[in-house]
Design a protein around this ligand. Structure first.
Ligand code: PXG
Length: 464
């Protein structure tokens, strides 16, 4: 029997015996078994039972050009034949890594013209910590080491990336918050319950950065890091006033600004980078995911002339990964960027499918009593589930409303993400209008199925 011929039950038994899943509660999963995904085409995946499922998350916010792209398979195969591996350590390079660095210098805004390679967003963010601290060391300011991030920020799962992020449950696992990392509140207007309007709230949140810098001493602060739109935190799109004020404060106190583009990059927000959507000019920009549309692991950190000039003068760069700039991954990333350019996917998100996506989800949000807010930009959105939208009351936490909706979505042939009490969608940039319609229909049906039950339970529990 070949591997492909195993039954779902056999896969699931082997899975629970030997495979430790990421971001999964093993006991919660064991009861029903993992979903075994076997094939993908466009915005659709198939499971081992033959079910065809609409992937509303483009994998994990990454398959920007959709599944099943022949060009990417061919780019990988050509490169594997010519040269499957060579490194960029010790003064060597391959044409693919040089060409990709050049292309990223062209696409990124301003003078972010110098690129380090890594293999994941987490590694890219570890690189950020080492490179930024090195920069200040070379500037004769070695005390500038602290990074300021945000609550609900997500920057990856290595120790440094976990510390940059503001996920309390991740900090709690195995003492993972390192010294030298601080956090300010995230700018979530709707759930903050603030009496301020969005713009005033945006300024208030940004000024928390100034207060934190003054508390820690600017002479000790290396950088502020933020996702242009917080993705894993629940698609927290900041008020228009937020980023300009953050930028002003970083400049005033000479703090480097790091824009984590791992989710927002490569068209997701309707520009090549979220920094362009929000008019941010970062000094350092980590990116991954959409860089290769997830076909192979590859990540990059672009730094500006100022940071590079110091590093360039500083002697040996004592940093790097065996697979930094892997030639097959770089060849695939180049072919992927070529598809995004050729098919005009960034403009499509900004001008056509992004507005359509938001209109359709907006109609759902307006008409549904259990949706309090639609938020997002481009092709990323969250719908906040509420038991009573007049008073913005969430469902009781123990009901895990969003997880129940997510499971119902899967039964209804849709992958959606549940974040706290929000349903999150982030489909491939190639999604068609009719697929957007199907996504909204399946989501609505799933919310309806769950909300009736939850409200009844809430009544019994006496919670609103
Ligand atoms: N930065 C950001 C902004 C991310 O979203 C990373 C860094 C880390 O990338 P790697 O490649 O190391 O995973 C991410 C990853 C979720 C979810 O809950 C989001 C991510 C990963 C896993 C789950 O939606 N983003």
């Amino acid at each position: 029997m070949t591997n492909q011929e195993k039954s779902t039950a056999e896969w699931q038994a082997l899975d629970s015996a030997h495979h430790v899943h990421s971001f999964t509660d093993p006991k919660a999963m064991a009861a029903k078994g993992t979903i075994v995904v076997t094939r993908g085409e466009g915005c659709w995946i198939w499971d081992s039972e033959g079910n065809r499922i609409l992937d509303g998350m483009a994998g994990l916010w990454c398959v920007n050009v959709g599944y099943g792209r022949r060009e990417l398979v061919e780019a990988a195969s050509r490169q594997m034949e010519a040269l499957p591996y060579y490194s960029n350590h010790f003064q060597s390079a391959t044409p693919q890594m040089i060409a990709l660095a050049d292309k990223l210098a062209e696409l990124t805004p301003g003078d972010l013209d110098h690129v380090f390679f890594a293999n994941s967003g987490s590694e890219a963010n570890d690189t950020v910590v080492r490179v930024v601290r090195r920069y200040w060391q070379l500037q004769g300011q070695p005390a500038k080491q602290i990074f300021i991030g945000r609550t609900l920020g997500y920057h990856g799962s290595t120790l440094a990336a976990t510390s940059l992020g503001g996920m309390a449950h991740m900090h709690a696992m195995g003492h993972s918050l390192l010294p030298g990392f601080a956090h300010i509140p995230h700018p979530h207007w709707y759930l903050s319950g603030t009496a301020l309007d969005r713009d005033a709230f945006g300024l208030e949140c940004a000024r928390a950065l100034e207060a934190k810098i003054l508390e820690l001493g600017a002479e000790n602060v290396a950088a502020f890091i933020g996702e242009p739109v917080q993705g894993a935190g629940g698609v927290i799109d900041p008020p228009a006033t937020y980023w300009p004020e953050i930028q002003r404060i970083c400049r005033k106190y000479d703090i480097l600004l790091v824009a984590d583009e791992v989710i927002c990059g490569f068209g997701r927000t309707g520009r090549w980078f979220g920094s362009q959507t929000y008019a941010i000019q970062p000094d350092v920009m980590p990116m991954a995911k959409g860089l290769s549309s997830g076909y192979l692991p590859v990540a990059a950190v672009a730094v500006n002339d100022r940071v590079f000039a110091a590093i360039n003068e500083g002697g040996l760069i004592a940093h790097g990964y065996t697979y930094s700039g892997h030639p097959v991954a770089c060849a695939v990333a180049l072919a992927n960027i070529d598809i995004i350019e050729r098919e005009g996917l960034v403009d499509r998100v900004r001008e056509e499918i992004g507005p359509y996506f938001r209109t359709v989800l907006g109609q759902l949000a307006d008409s549904h009593a259990n949706i309090g807010e639609l938020r997002g930009v481009g092709l990323m959105a969250a719908l906040e589930l509420v038991s009573d939208r007049a008073i913005r009351s969430p469902f009781a936490a123990e009901q895990a409303a969003a997880i129940a909706v997510r499971e119902k979505c899967l039964e209804n042939g849709l992958i959606a993400r549940a974040v706290n009490q929000a349903m999150v969608l982030s489909p491939a940039l190639t999604i068609s209008r009719s697929e957007v319609d199907q996504m909204a229909e399946r989501l609505e049906k799933s919310i309806d199925a769950v909300a009736d039950r939850l409200i009844a339970t809430a009544g019994e529990l006496g919670t609103a």
